[in-house]
Design a protein around this ligand. Sequence first.
Ligand code: NAD
Length: 480
Amino acid sequence: MSTPITVAYGDGIGPEIMEATLHVLREAGAAITVETIEVGERVYNMGASSGILPSAWETLRRNKVLLKAPITTPQGKGYKSLNVTMRKTLGLYANIRPTQSYHPFVKTNHPKMDLVIVRENEEDLYAGIEYHQSPDVFECVKLITRSGSERIIRYAFEYAMANGRKKVTCMSKDNIMKMADGLFHGLFDSIGKEYPKLEKDHYIIDIGAARIASKPDIFDVIVTENLYGDIISDIAAEVSGSVGLAGSSNIGEGFAMFEAIHGSAPDIAGKNMANPSGILQSAVMMLVHIGQPDVATNVHNAWLKTLEDGVHTGDIYRKEVSKEKVGTKEFAEAVVKRLGKKPSTMEAVKYAKSEAQNATAKMGEVVSAKQTHVGTDLYIYWTNPVEELARKVKALEGDGLTLLNLANKGLKAWPDADTSGMHLTDQFRCRFTVGDGKTTDGKAVAALVARAFEAKLEFTKVENLYSFDGVAGFSLGQGE
Ligand code: NAD
């Protein structure tokens, strides 16, 4: 039975590398029916700021699988990133990037590198929640959910199991972000217990990133939050020596998108010079996803054999190891010629038909907890002396809410704080709490805000303080 897939030819080198890839898939006997949509530059230029037409969504939703060539993102404001739009609209929560070295056929300092980065794709600083709060202060919210973290972590473990991997490493910065990243790390530890066959470890992201650059072969599967994942994916691809060879998948519930990690390379577009390997690797991932592991195995091994035989496009051509310098079309033809063959130096691949190969993971449940309102933080725009603000804010106390402290950029500024060495910004956090064991409510907070208004204080934000099952749900100011 043929599986319908949506194909986007993209911009720049997109059409050439996609044509080459589809040629290999056809010759390998992939049971796919291709439906094409247009996305990218031409659509942007038609005035669609998202880079995609409404009719294309219908095709995408029907087929549920997209093989996408890179697109050129127009410069300037007003254009939305198509990738971000697709990720959000289709709920593509996991970004999977396998990165491997192909030593000695592709130059690399890390011949044994073979790792997969599983990156959370929807949350974190990429949720797009930003505010300009005062002339000096800009805020970008790092939003991490328990349910979303649980899903990506479970996905990483399921992926590792389904793909014969041995170890899953979590990377976070929970020494600093004890709540958001602490949650991620904690969930990794607890969910990890359900996978006794897999080794587990955790790195603080900074040393983790450094190790990917210096000793990438110590890693197997890495799971991490969105921003960290974005950065370490590029480090991994760079040190593997094969940016042009890597594919990726974006997995959602009932939807998946596959694409190369490189861009549209306008500098070599239309010259039959581009290496189609990145999109071909993505197509291999797609074939596994749609349940055609034998075709995926055949294409992947023929491709490895092509590399091994020294048939190389210009980007990886080196006199010492290459035998033939070829163009995009000729490279695809060389892969077709080797269908049915296996590499002899590099390890051949073997994809299995397994339900778990697609490694989906359900959204974690939104848990319930006893949520108790214990105070509020009132943010106030202020450029005069701290003592004066403290006096004015102290006068706002009422309904059981008393002023605990003032903080500036997260650092305690009042009481008992020497601010002479601090670079104070123009926004202060004024923390009001109720005593131990007591609670407050929205009415008391609204009355506090009303008093601030009457006192002509410019409040820029109100953030309530809660405890959950008795545990404080807010960080203390440094020095508090
Ligand atoms: P790029 O990846 O397109 O090119 C960087 C360099 O690598 C260029 O010298 C290019 O010639 C080379 N290169 C890239 N892919 C190659 C291949 N398959 N074979 C041989 N050489 C290859 O990155 P860029 O120049 O920063 O971006 C160009 C355009 O691509 C921009 O508009 C950017 O926004 C877009 N882009 C799109 C995607 C996507 O659609 N997923 C991803 C990244 C960049």
